[in-house]
Design a protein around this ligand. Sequence first.
Ligand SMILES: [Zn+2]
Length: 655
Amino acid sequence: MAAMLKYDLFPGLSRRDVLRMGAAGAASLALPRFASALAASPTTTSGAERELYAATLLDWCDGMIRHQIAGIADPNLRGALLCPACGLIHGRCGDAVYPLLWAAHHTGNEKYLRAALDVNAWTERTVSRADGSWVNDLTLSSWKGITVFHTIALSEALEHHGSLLDAATRRQWTERLERAAHFLDGFISIETGNINYPVTASLAFLLTGRMLGQQKLVERAHGLAHEALEHFTPGGFLTGEGHPLDAVTAKGCRPVDLGYNVEESLPALALYATIAEDGTVRDAVLKALATHLEFMLPDGAWDNSWGTRNYKWSWWGSRTSDGCQPGFALLADADPRFREAARRNLEQMAACTHGGLLYGGPDYFANGEAPCIHHTFTHAKALATVLDRASFEATAKPRPNIPRDEPYGVKSFPEIATHLAAVGPWRATVTGYDFEYAEHVQQGGSGAGGGHVSGGALSLLYHQTLGPVLTASMTEYQLIEISNQQTHREGSHMALTPRVECGPAGAFTSVNDLRAVVTAQHGENQAAFEAVGRLLNVARQAPEGKEPHYRLHYRISESAMEIAALVDGGTDLRLVVPVLARATDAVEQPDARTVRIIRPGGVLKITLNGAAAFEPVAAERTFNLVPGFQAAPLVVRLTPDTETVLRMEGVLKAG
Ligand SMILES: [Zn+2]
């Protein structure tokens, strides 16, 4: 293995010296060189913030190395990263080459260099194709659009850390990138895949065009970036996460996915605009980042409770995209909130990291779920980009607020038929979004039923002190992308969106009606929403016979949040409110109309009016992979034509 190392990693030592000392010993000698290289870099940093980026990235690199196949000589396996959640090798694991090389450069430890070379070699042996492409997976998906992302990762690895490689390896990688760029040149147009592919291809063409000195590629970068500008709404949303890209629904909505936009498209476009010094694109990205930032929760999570592709929603972002950090951190000079957003999201990801791997949501670890390693190797790239390219200038100012820190009342976003409320300590999302996403790209996905919620659902409720209280999941959990989602194990799991439902197993619910009418009102320190629609199943069919209609009111004030539910018919009618609660949060039910959930910051008290009563709360927590929470499901039997009001209050600890 030592023969794979490049000996000028260790200046002043001969090859014989390095072999005699062992690489680890030589690496320790090399540290001062790396330290001085970092000190001389233009990214002069303020300590704690940069340290969190670096420490998290190193932790992830160590986690990936612990899952790298090393003990099996078979070249079809050796060097790949084995996923503990999926029990397979994700074909894209070679993207780890970039963060692993960052770690090698940062620490001087040869184990990271060896890991980077090994995972890259595996990639070339298995998922590389003669036409210059890389495919998504060994067997589950032969999608070649993914070439965009490995091209960017390999380009960034070479550009920032190519000095760690010997000349032959650098030449080999450069030639491979040239073949990839020429494949993409014939493969990518603005219509290829969802919008994140052509948008990120602009960055792939720019990086390779500059590296190879090929103006044609640079022009392709410019062309795609400017075509992408036509897919921003006047309000600042990037549309096109769904087909057709320019689709407009009955409610006038466009296909938008928060996760893909903030973690893939906008960061790539920000990097494109920065390197190309393209002011037009930069201005569009700045506006879009500000709009998308409206959906960041105070804990750094992304509220994608409504997005077209939220089957991959994880509390911190999206399962297989790269991470929001480059977009927000690279353009932070324009808006100090951007740097804060990148940092809070990093803190959220760090909190979801255990044993060096990023788990798919806050409660995956507690629920005994394994982490899909895909999250780690893609999000590691985003942190490496920030550490290589962003500035962390020290500032004496306090950390700035992000939009949802402020109790601003109500904001409405017609492009996605979604409203946000911020009243007192409550942050809420109500959605009637009616874009239906159908997956055409990946093989194996069922593509039938199961998507983002609609119907005027209360798709998110967050309390400033108590944290997340309610959240949407998919209407029904489905594997839309078979190699990019996890499967529910044994144990309780259910849809988490608060809802009214009827019929056997609650098949007909208030989250499926795309035609539901949602209205919003707000006054002094209060907000109110009304949703009127039909109880439908995931195929958007009503029960046979009478079509039951519902009316839901959400009333939010400083002191409480109320859900008032009224249904005009249907059998086995229920109000189902799964309240987020870890197994370690005690759930008390002192009487039939009261439930108390004991959180670290205080108590969430939930009460019912009139004759309504909670069913006994199950001792076992339920769980949903999207977006990764445990919950205590509260169930209330409803009587037709009788309004039932559920009231939530936060009782905080003194001091
Ligand atoms: Zn996996």
